[in-house]
Design a protein around this ligand. Sequence first.
Ligand SMILES: Cc1ncc(C[n+]2csc(CCOP(=O)(O)OP(=O)(O)O)c2C)c(N)n1
Ligand code: SF4
Ligand SMILES: [Mg+2]
Length: 317
Amino acid sequence: MIDEPVLCGMAQSVHDRPDPLFRMGNTNCGGCGLSNLMQMMRHAVAQRRVQLIIPACCAAAAGGTFPQSTYGVPTLLTTFASAAASASGVASVAQLNGEDTRVICLAGDGGTCDIGFASLSAAAERDEDILYICYDNEIYGNTGGQRSSATPAGAITTNTLKGKPEQKKDILSIMAAHRIPYAASISLAHAEDTVRKLGRALDLKGFRFLHVLAPCPTGWKSEPALGIELVRLAVRSGLFPVFEIFDGKRYVVNIEPDFSDEALGMYLSLQRRFQQSRLGAADLRPAIDLYWENLRALSGRNVPTRRTAEATAEWRR
Ligand SMILES: Cc1ncc(C[n+]2csc(CCOP(=O)(O)OP(=O)(O)O)c2C)c(N)n1
Ligand code: SF4
Ligand SMILES: [Mg+2]
C-alpha cells in the first residue's frame, strides 16, 4: 500500500518494476503531473512487459534525443493522427507473435480530445486491445500553452487571453459512449486508487481508457510543489469526479467528494490562470452539481450532492 505518489523514479517496494519506466534526467518541468503519473505507472506495471506509443506532446519531448531515452521500455513516437492506429498495429503484431505485451498509448489532452480524436474513436469502436491514457493538463503544453477543448472555462491560455469562454469537453463520457470494456478517471492525489485502476486497466482485454488530471505548473501558473494538492482539492470539491465505467453502462464512483466550496475556491485561487476571469466557487457549483446528479443516476447511488441535500432540508423546513 502506498499513500503518496512514488517520486524521483526510485523503486519503493518489491512490487515495483526494477527499471524505471521514466528515468531521471528527463526534460519535464519540476512538479509536472505527467512525471507523477509515470512513477505510479512503474508501480502498477510491475513485472509486466509493456510498450509505449506516444504522439507529439510533453511526454514525447521528455523522451530526449538519440542515443539517450527517458523511457525504460520500447517506445514509439507517432504523429497525433496515427497514435491510436499505431498502437492498434503494435498490439496486433504482438498478438500474432504470441508475445505477452501490453500496449499503452500515452497522450495529452490535445492529442486525445482534439488532434488525434478520429483514430482514437476508431480504435475504441473496433475494441482494439490497447490501454489509452490521456494525461490532461488542460492545454497544449508542449507548444507554449494554447487552449485545448479540455481547457476549462475561464482559464487563461496563450490564445484565450481573457479566459476560455467554452466549457471543458467531457472526454470520459464520450469514450464511455463507445461502450468500451473499461473507462475511468484517475486522481494522482489518491495513489492507491490510481495504482489499482492502472493495474486493472493493464490486465483487462480490449480497449481501455484512463483520464488523468495532470497538474502543469507552467501552464496553470501554480507552485510546482502544489500539484498533488490541487488535484486533491479538485476531487474534494466535486470538480474532478473519480469513477469507473464498465462496458459503457456500469458506473462506480470511487471517491466521495464533500463538495466543499472552500476547496473549490482554493483550487481556483492557487492557479494564476484563473486570476483574470475572477472565477469563484459559486460560478462553477451549478455545473458541478448537475454533473453529479447525472453521475448519481448512472451509478444508481442516490447520495445527494450538497446542493440537493440543502434543497431537500430547506423543503422539509
Ligand atoms: C498535426 C499537428 N498539429 C500541431 C502540432 C504541434 N503540436 C505539437 S505538441 C502540441 C500540443 C499537444 O498538446 P497535448 O496533446 O495536450 O500535450 P501536452 O503538450 O500538453 O503534453 C501541438 C499543437 C503537431 N505536431 N502536429
Ligand atoms: S509544460 Fe506542463 S505538462 Fe509539459 S512538462 Fe512542463 S509541467 Fe509538464
Ligand atoms: Mg495537454
